[in-house]
Design a protein around this ligand. Structure first.
Ligand code: ADP
Length: 208
């Protein structure tokens, strides 16, 4: 109904009314994301973690994730880059879940990078069984005191910009859970005011 109102189907709105409805819409979407994240973690705690493993081509999935976040990146004046060597790796993974990990890491990278910054999604061979995917940003970085905690549920670093960034502190714990369910591992490197890189490994599809 908010959409219908914004599109003018219930009569023309003035710019101020449209702006406030836009805020309401963002609020609803944010609440939906928090509810979905809490449901996801609750389900996985009770053992209902469904994985649909398939042969997945990483490149189209990565491009889809980047396309979906383009408006957000443009609004924040951030350039998104994709650096996946061809031939694109074929993963043995649940595409929906990998999409969730990419979305969480890319959203954070955009959120915690000042305007004019760069976010790069990269994939490289790791070993015979795994590919290494990374999300690099040129952002604020993660302070040493926060580094031990950022994968904890609801943890958010306490820097001055955090309150403006929204979020719920669940994204990274969900990413870790999904990566580990695939048999991979997730880690990061960060330098304050220089940037952060998150790395995770995902199994390659075993070629017969
Ligand atoms: P959310 O983004 O919803 O706050 P997350 O679990 O995704 O929750 O991240 C936890 C915290 O880790 C964030 O609140 C932020 O303080 C820190 N963080 C995550 N990614 C980055 C990043 N790329 N750069 C700087 N800080 C980050």
């Amino acid at each position: 109904f908010i959409d219908l109102l914004i599109q003018g189907h219930m009569g023309e709105l003035n710019p101020e009314q449209k702006t406030y409805l836009g805020y309401a819409q963002e609020g609803v979407q944010q609440l939906m994301r928090i509810v979905e994240d809490i449901l996801f973690l609750t389900r996985s705690d009770s053992g209902q973690f469904e994985m649909r493993m398939e042969k997945v081509n990483l490149l189209p999935l990565a491009k889809q994730a980047l396309r979906g976040l383009k408006p957000q990146a443009e609004k924040a004046s951030i350039v998104l880059n994709c650096d996946i060597l061809s031939p694109s790796p074929m993963l043995h993974a649940d595409p929906q879940r990998i999409m969730q990990v990419l979305n969480n890491l890319l959203t954070n990278a955009i959120k915690f990078t000042p305007p004019g910054g760069l976010v790069t999604l990269r994939a490289r061979p790791y070993d015979e069984r795994f590919v290494l995917i990374s999300v690099h940003d040129t952002g604020y970085g993660i302070a040493p005191d926060d580094r031990a905690h950022i994968f904890e549920r609801f943890y958010q670093a306490n820097h001055h910009l955090q309150s403006k960034m929204g979020g719920s502190g669940l994204g990274l714990s969900i990413a870790k859970l999904i990566v580990e369910q695939h048999g991979g591992h997730i880690s990061f490197e960060s330098a304050v005011n220089e940037g952060t890189t998150f790395y995770f490994t995902i199994p390659l599809y075993p070629e017969s």
